[in-house]
Design a binder for this molecule. Structure first.
Ligand SMILES: *Cc1c(COP(=O)(O)O)cnc(C)c1O
Length: 371
């Protein structure tokens, strides 16, 4: 926590706004809008809820197609299924590890030729790295398909100063416990289109018509953020800059440690892209290093240090085994060789020493590599 969160929560208690509305909800929305450089913001109960509402606002209905990045967390894709629509998965590019524009265009063309209605394109800024939004938006404009950006992991990341979440028609943030800033659980929807955001607030509060009694002409949801939780968010917005510096410092630490090891490469940050480096991720090519990413993970685990494999692509998930996929295996390769290194904002000097010692031992033990 940053320090000021509890005082915002006390304000909520003192005013007795212990509800999904109040000053903290409004204040958190204003803070996010200011931080991202404008736009309209609705804070919600989770990032998943934000994606779900976003797809509803884009009129996604049963039988429609939504084109989604395959290399992501399941919460990007599941709301497509909630709506009875069909997720069509697209591979990653090497340059950002995110949605490959060429595979996207192939997917759009092929799906249209099969007479499918493509209602949205859903790229993800994985581990904080901005996707190739220039080319993705160009394709979206040429085919008149709206874009909903999953920026759940990428608050504060940008391309030449334009913040992730503000490229598409809608953007999504998450404040789950593991994200770069957290409200324990929460999310937000952001858009230039004020009407869309107003509608999202209405749908998120059970779609009540303006009448003294409870009247509904549409199906609503209970997806609004509480005023208590939003108080945590306001406190966190005061430290987001610091969090990004800490996460990027983690990345610099690992670069110093592993940057010259042959066969180990980092998630690239192309020219103009700025990643919040939410997690530092590496690819380990065992044919060059002589050891696998799983070997490194287990060595760290033996020292009670947690690291994790990267996201398993959606088209390889049992639950999406029958979904259509376009690409040539980049995301499968990322999954095979990728590892998320310990990346908490609070990694201490002592933590780093332990991690460095363990990583060096693993690398030195392997016969084929010299450091
Ligand atoms: C965390 C996350 C979500 C979901 O956000 P929640 O707030 O946990 O519901 C969606 N997409 C990605 C890429 C995420 O990392």
């Amino acid at each position: 926590m940053g320090g000021e969160e509890l005082s915002f929560i006390h304000d909520a208690f003192n005013s007795n706004f212990v509800a999904p509305l109040g000053e903290n909800v409004d204040g958190f929305e204003t803070d996010i809008a200011a931080f991202t450089g404008g736009g309209n913001v609705a804070v919600l109960s989770s990032g998943t809820a934000a994606i779900h509402l976003g797809l509803i606002l884009l009129d996604v209905e049963p039988g429609d197609v939504v084109i989604c990045q395959s290399f992501t967390f399941s919460a990007s894709a599941n709301p497509i299924t909630y709506l009875g629509a069909e997720p069509v998965f697209v591979d990653s590019e090497h340059e950002t590890w995110n949605m490959c524009p060429d595979a996207l265009e192939e997917a759009v063309r092929d799906q249209l030729s099969r007479g499918k209605r493509i209602k949205a394109i859903l790229p993800v800024h994985l581990y904080g790295m901005p996707a190739n939004m220039e080319r993705i938006m160009d394709i979206a404009r040429r085919y008149c398909i709206p874009v909903i950006e999953d920026a759940a992991e990428a608050m504060g990341s940008h391309i030449n100063g334009k913040q992730c979440g503000t490229f598409g028609h809608l953007g999504v943030f998450s404040f789950n416990g593991n994200k770069i800033i957290t409200t324990s659980g929460g999310g937000a929807l952001i858009s230039d289109d004020e009407n869309l955001i107003q509608k999202s607030r209405y749908l998120a509060t059970q779609a009540r018509d303006p009448a003294p009694h409870y009247q509904h002409t549409e199906i609503g949801y209970n997806y609004r953020m509480s005023n208590i939780v939003a108080g945590i968010g306001r406190g966190q917005m005061q430290v987001i800059g610091e969090r990004i510096r800490q996460r990027r410092a983690n990345y610099e630490f690992y670069r110093g440690l592993l940057g010259s090891v042959e066969g180990i490469t980092f998630q690239p940050e192309p020219e103009g892209h700025f990643s919040n480096r939410w997690l530092t991720t590496v690819l380990i090519d065992p044919e060059i290093t002589g050891f696998t990413s799983e070997r490194v993970r287990l060595s760290l685990a033996a020292e009670n240090i947690e690291s994790r494999p990267v996201w398993k692509p959606m088209h390889q998930q049992p639950v999406y085994r029958s979904a259509k996929y376009y690409g040539n295996g980049v995301s499968c390769k990322l999954f095979k060789h990728g590892l998320c290194l310990p990346s908490g904002s609070n990694l201490s000097g002592k933590d780093r020493e332990r991690i460095a010692k363990c990583l060096k031992e693993t690398i030195f033990e392997s016969a084929t590599v010299s450091v």
